[in-house]
Design a protein around this ligand. Structure first.
Ligand code: KIV
Length: 272
């Protein structure tokens, strides 16, 4: 049983791979500023993501689409100052990956300016070459499959992905190809638990889930959702930890503890 404790060393990709092999779950959260980043570092959150969700939860837009590279750099720089041991991951925003050269230039610039360790990019098979290019230039990459909020207008809404036989096969195949192309991590968003479990077992790289069931190698949620302060109806896969805790710090610790002990997500936070 895990009990709350600070991280004992700087989080690296080889260490995350080791956690996967040992079956210890990886706890991840989004953050957008120094103060929350500091709390997450102290509470043992292994990966802190400056997500393009900031377009919605910080800037008040309806989608993540308006977020720019400069926005991610601004928040990334602040978050980086709060992190001592956690790994900093930055989202590549909409329109920052329209060619491989553009993706390489943006990722290089974002990493240089913030000190982040890894970038995350949405996109399936269409981003395979981009993953390959970034990897070739030694930029660590987390690919993002399943629900991809930057494609909301193409997908026609925020829906669970990979529910039918053909799309499930396609997602498994894409995940394998993305690993082959050099991705270091994979994030699965809103994917049926059984499919996410299969992909997690198929891949050697750690798989982080959000709305993808308890069997992924790790979990991520949006900070505002675990604090119960996001505008509108909370996603069914998230959980308000602050409602059961006396402080923000203990709420973050409770989230980490439940992820590590595999008490979160339960069936009510997962899709079949
Ligand atoms: O932008 C974001 O916060 C994300 C998480 C939902 C994983 O991509």
């Amino acid at each position: 049983m895990y009990s709350p404790r600070p991280l004992h060393k700087k989080i690296t990709l080889p260490y995350l791979h080791q956690l996967k092999q040992q079956g210890e779950k990886i706890a991840c959260l989004t953050a957008y500023d120094y103060s929350f980043a500091r709390l997450m570092d102290v509470c043992g959150v292994e990966i802190v993501l400056v997500g393009d969700s900031l377009g919605m939860v910080i800037q008040g837009h309806d989608t993540t689409i308006p977020v720019t590279v400069e926005d991610i750099e601004y928040h990334g720089t602040a978050v980086a100052r709060g992190l001592e041991k956690s790994m900093l991951m930055l989202d590549m925003p909409y329109g920052s990956l329209n060619s491989q050269q553009q993706a390489l230039d943006n990722a290089t610039r974002m990493i240089k300016r913030t000190g982040a360790q890894i970038v995350k990019l949405e996109g399936g098979i269409t981003q395979l070459k981009t993953v390959e290019t970034l990897s070739k230039y030694r930029i660590p990459v987390c690919a993002h499959l399943g629900l991809q909020p930057q494609s909301v207008h193409k997908m026609g809404g925020y829906r669970v992905q990979g529910r039918d036989h053909d799309s499930a096969i396609e997602m498994k195949d894409t995940a394998l190809q993305i690993q082959e192309a050099g991705a270091d991590l994979l994030l699965l968003e809103c994917v049926p638990e059984s499919l996410a479990t299969e992909i997690t077992q198929l891949l050697q790289i750690p798989v982080i889930g959000i709305g993808a069931g308890v069997h992924c190698d790790g979990q991520i949620l949006v900070l505002q959702d675990i604090l119960g302060i996001a505008h509108g109806k909370a996603p069914s896969f998230s959980k308000n930890y602050l409602s059961e805790q006396p402080s923000i710090e203990t709420a973050i610790s409770a989230y980490v503890t439940e992820v590590k002990n595999q008490n979160f997500p339960d069936a009510s936070h997962s899709f079949s």
